[in-house]
Design a protein around this ligand. Structure first.
Ligand code: ATP
Ligand code: LTN
Length: 329
């Protein structure tokens, strides 16, 4: 039996960014060869905060096309849109009844995101982690490749699974998060004490995978650093540390070699080289993206076909859960 891998990305407002890629998505690609992978564009998670209709539709196509462009291969993995597999929402309801509100209230992401909502906080935002638990548990998932911010949610999914199993016997597998240690938390270019995020209102803080070379150079050029001059991996200098971590992720080598390479040179040179590395990464992705995204009919056909292949698998799991609870199936 192959190891089962599941992960998701929200089609929220914008296409994925460099933090998503270095923290999570590049693992998705690497895991495909040896494992049974399920990758999901989680549109139902995106609508937990307000999304303009047109933007949500566009972002769903764009995210799907970008995942294909970075190398997700539907011959090896399942790549689908969450709302097209209704078993996700069905299981989420069932799991709601095995989740405590106390635990949901302690979720960091809920606290941070609800603070940012001015007039209206949806019940969906509060319940977000339960839908995520359903995503994961539905597939008997072993491993969940994510960035660091999602670890708390995976622990909650384990807790829900354990509570259910304790009551009804071994129905759910207990999943584990899979982190790329060095890049599990890429920081904002403008506020290096906060994570790089799709929903950051300051556009200069985030490099999107579709940014042009000029924009990349501009954003990296204006990244916040400090008033010191020496280029060293020093966690107490978060702006510089973040840039060096991105550099090392794109050009893997020992820390000391990078420090030596930049000895006697300044931030300007580091930023120039870093921008070039990012542009080299993005160029082929963007080229492939153009071919995928221009054929929406084909994308839609592929999404639907992938969802249809999955439904028999997850249908069985939902029936098993309902039967355990005592619902008449
Ligand atoms: P938002 O900020 O709007 O909530 P996001 O940028 O966190 O969105 P998601 O779709 O929620 O993007 O995340 C997709 C994947 O990328 C998740 O596995 C998440 O942990 C990871 N990720 C998100 N931001 C970062 C980051 N700054 N560094 C590393 N990984 C990240
Ligand atoms: N909440 C995640 C996206 C997500 C996810 C999942 C990740 C939804 N369902 C299941 C892993 C497994 C986020 O990135 N913000």
């Amino acid at each position: 039996m192959k190891t089962v891998v599941f992960s998701g990305i929200q089609p929220s407002a914008q296409v994925p960014h460099l933090g998503n890629y270095l923290g999570a998505l590049r693992q998705w690609v690497d895991l495909q060869n040896k494992n049974q992978c399920y990758y999901c564009v989680v549109d139902l998670h995106a609508i937990t905060v307000p999304q303009p209709k047109q933007a949500l539709t566009e972002a769903t196509y764009a995210s799907y096309a970008l995942l294909l462009s970075i190398g997700i291969d539907t011959k090896l993995s399942k790549l689908f849109v969450q709302s097209q597999v209704p078993e996700h929402t069905e299981l989420a309801w069932l799991l709601n009844c095995y989740t405590s509100v106390g635990q949901l209230s302690r979720m960091t992401q809920y606290k941070e995101k609800s603070e940012k909502q001015k007039n209206f906080i949806s019940a969906g935002l509060y319940d977000y982690p339960v839908l995520m638990a359903a995503d994961i548990l539905l597939y008997d998932t072993d491993q969940v490749p994510v960035g660091e911010d999602q670890i708390q949610h995976i622990e909650l999914a384990r807790d829900i699974a354990e509570r259910f199993n304790h009551q009804y016997g071994p129905v759910f597998k207990l999943p584990k998060g899979l982190l790329l240690k060095e890049t599990a938390r890429i920081m904002s270019l403008q506020q290096p004490d906060q994570k790089m995020s799709k929903s950051d209102p300051n556009q200069n803080a985030t490099i999107f995978l579709l940014d042009s070379p000029d924009i990349v150079a501009k954003k990296i050029g204006s990244a916040v650093t400090d008033s010191q001059t020496e280029i060293r991996f020093d966690q107490s200098r978060p702006g510089l540390y973040n840039l060096l971590s991105i550099y090392r992720a794109l050009k893997p080598q020992p820390l000391a070699e990078i420090e030596k390479h930049f000895e006697g040179r300044g931030y300007k040179e580091l930023k120039k080289e870093l921008a070039e590395l990012i542009v080299d990464l993005l160029k082929p992705i963007q080229k492939r993206y153009q071919t995928f995204v221009n054929d929406k009919a084909e994308l839609k056909k592929l999404m639907k076909a992938q969802a249809e292949q999955i439904r028999p698998v997850v249908g069985k799991k939902v029936s098993e859960v309902k039967e355990k609870i005592g619902l008449v199936i």
